[in-house]
Design a protein. Structure first.
Length: 288
């Protein structure tokens, strides 16, 4: 999976997102475009677009949705501090890949909503229906979802929706079925301790589970590396330790399930995670 999956495109001409603190709003109002260019270096956690991510092997997308202040069209946008692409464009890009690859399955995790009223949620639900139709798998028990089941039903999309709206729509999986504990640290050692502890504590049945192999910059980190950005200052330096942790994991009910990262093309993140699946086959051989 990719963290802040849509952030490969951030519109520097857009206003600051409504979720940003007043200090950020003030910074941009004083320094304008220069401030947004610097912000982009810290807000963009991916460089590949949806099609490239899918082609590389990404199957879980972390999606955050926002309205724009004073937008007469009430459009919905992906957002992370600044605004990204229109939601309908991103959904259609993913759908084009699924149409070309009918046995592939993706997880769309709508986990943050900013500035959205009831009618915005209704608009997003309709957009999902119009784009994916019967490709969407209705919410059932997580352990019942096998690839075989999805192929038989011709389902390719599981939509997780972190809002009470999910309870009203059969094809929206409740957000609590996709927990994603967040370490909120810049320290790779603390991150690995957190990841290990959260796997030990995860519920074994009834939900999917995300391990976020992601470091989060503090304000002081941003100030020190303001011109270099997230990738250079944090992600690349911590990559060897984080990848070592990934390589030693076991998949399955008491292990890892979905792993997300920033800049998924770095190192051998994607191929390493895909290779963990083969350990499941080995486990089955041991028990038969």
């Amino acid at each position: 999976g990719s963290h802040d999956s849509f952030s490969f495109y951030i519109d520097e001409a857009s206003p600051v997102g409504p979720e940003q603190p007043e200090t950020v709003q003030n910074f941009v109002s004083v320094f304008g475009t220069v401030a947004k260019k610097l912000m982009r270096k810290w807000l963009a956690t991916q460089t590949m677009n949806f099609t490239s991510q899918l082609g590389a092997g990404i199957r879980y997308f972390d999606l955050r949705i926002s309205t724009k202040p004073r937008d007469p069209d009430n459009e919905l946008y992906f957002a992370h501090g600044l605004f990204s692409a229109k939601v309908n464009e991103g959904l259609e890009e993913i759908n084009a890949f699924l149409t070309d690859h009918p046995k592939e399955v993706v997880f769309l995790d709508f986990n943050h909503f900013y500035g959205m009223q009831k009618y915005h949620h209704e608009k997003l639900v309709q957009m999902l229906k119009d784009t994916y139709g019967n490709k969407m798998c209705p919410a059932i028990f997580a352990h019942e979802v096998s690839l075989q089941y999805l192929w038989e039903k011709e389902h390719q999309v599981l939509v997780f929706y972190h809002s009470p709206v999910a309870l009203e729509v059969p094809f929206l999986w409740p957000g609590q079925m996709m927990p994603a504990p967040w370490a909120n640290t810049t320290d790779p050692e603390k991150l690995i301790q957190f990841l290990q502890a959260s796997i030990t504590e995860r519920r074994k049945k009834g939900s999917f589970f995300i391990s976020q192999v992601v470091l989060t910059p503090k304000a002081s980190t941003v100030v020190k590396g303001v011109a270099s950005g997230l990738r250079e200052t944090i992600t690349e330096r911590a990559l060897p330790a984080m990848m070592q942790w990934v390589r030693t994991q076991k998949p399955g009910e008491s292990g890892v399930n979905i792993i997300t990262a920033d800049f998924v093309e770095l190192g051998d993140f994607i191929s390493t995670v895909i290779n963990l699946n083969y350990a499941l086959d080995e486990g089955e051989d041991d028990t038969t």
